[in-house]
Design a binder for this molecule. Structure first.
Ligand SMILES: [Zn+2]
Length: 365
């Protein structure tokens, strides 16, 4: 039985405990590990969430990352855009940032994750990867915007080994659902070999699981994964589409050629090759799944270590960003034409030709 005195003592002890132990908010836990990206959302932003909202095991890890939501006043479909699967493929990250800083949505919803693998921008891996995957270029890029010079992180292809929590497999990496020969061991830390992801493995696999949950729980109609490739290689200037939505891709590429003179190659996902976003998102969720590849001068095999990945005369960053964004707009338009109740109407973005010729600077805040 409690006496009045013991209750008072207990209350005093509880008050002392609360005052002396600072409570750690989710924000504090995240802030301890994450790169502080300088992204300045447009007035059209509805709210910001986190990947850890979809898999709480990411909370407080370097794999957590911000999720930006734009919502139209009219109903429609949901478009997902991911940049930064590979932290050195800067046009994908900057296309997502340009969207965040300019986008307005009239109908439907747009969800943007600019740094899908936030651990990959925390380091610059130069050992043990293939030549075109080795990080070349600066740790940060700078772009002059109307409000002054802005800085953006340039990182690596894969998750930081120090963050993965599990060593790279000694015998090479095999996706759990794959029947193919082992890939190089570091592919274990490649987010685009990890889908649909799992929670009993490394950080990369947990990030993949969270992204898949975003697509499922948000009932995403169209999902884009923005990449870059060796500027002189086969993959550059390509759209890869899940076979189930290859027709949408073909119609969109036809429009891009007609409207902007932009010519992209088209390939279907290889359904035998497991773990890639367009393959697993398309098979495991209701989303139509696409991946776009732009030519990055920093991924050319013999590029110098100080290669300029922003102001390349042949493939400047603005033109690469324009290719990602306008490919996405073309797909959303084609999808809306055949699914009128799931239209996604967007505005506020610079014209393709202006972005390609003037670069990103004038269109960042
Ligand atoms: Zn990539």
């Amino acid at each position: 039985m409690h006496t009045r005195k013991s209750v008072a003592l207990a209350a005093a002890a509880l008050l002392f405990f609360c005052l002396s132990v600072p409570s750690l908010s989710a924000q504090d836990i995240r802030g301890r590990y994450l790169i502080q990206h300088d992204y300045r959302p447009s007035d059209g932003l509805a709210r910001i969430g986190w990947l850890s909202d979809y898999y709480p095991g990411l909370l407080g890890t370097p794999g957590d990352s911000k999720v930006y939501y734009f919502e139209g006043s009219k109903p429609g479909g949901t478009l997902f855009i991911g940049g930064g699967t590979h932290g050195n493929e800067i046009a994908g990250i900057m296309a997502a940032v340009l969207l965040i800083e300019n986008l307005k949505v009239e109908a439907g919803r747009v969800i943007v994750v600019p740094n899908m693998n936030n651990s990959a921008v925390s380091h610059q891996e130069k050992e043990s990867l293939l030549p075109s995957y080795t990080t070349r270029g600066p740790a940060w890029i700078s772009i002059q915007s109307p409000s002054g010079q802005r800085f953006f992180k340039y990182g690596s292809r894969c998750t930081n080994l120090a963050h993965q929590g599990v060593p790279d497999p000694a015998g090479g990496y095999v996706h759990p659902d794959s029947n193919e020969a082992p890939l190089p061991a570091w592919e274990f830390r490649n987010l685009n070999r990890a889908y649909p992801g799992r929670i009993d493995s490394g950080l990369t696999q947990k990030i993949a699981y969270a992204v898949t949950q975003v697509l499922i729980r948000e009932k995403v109609d169209i999902a884009f994964d923005y990449h870059e490739a060796d500027a002189g290689g086969r993959l550059a200037n390509m759209m890869v589409a899940n076979p189930k939505n290859i027709g949408t891709a073909a119609a969109a590429l036809f429009d891009l050629e007609l409207d902007h003179g932009l010519s992209l190659k088209l390939e279907p996902s290889n359904m035998e090759f497991r773990g890639l976003s367009h393959r697993e998102w398309g098979a495991g969720t209701d989303a139509q799944a696409f991946l776009t590849e732009t030519p990055n001068p920093g991924m050319v095999e013999n590029a110098p270590p100080d290669v300029d990945v922003v102001n390349d005369p042949k493939n400047p960053l603005g033109s690469r960003v324009a290719k990602h964004i306008y490919s996405t707009l073309a797909v959303a338009r084609v999808y809306g034409e055949s699914n009128p109740g799931r239209m996604i109407l967007m505005s506020g973005l610079p014209a393709y030709e202006d972005l390609a010729s003037q670069g990103l600077g004038p269109y960042l805040r």
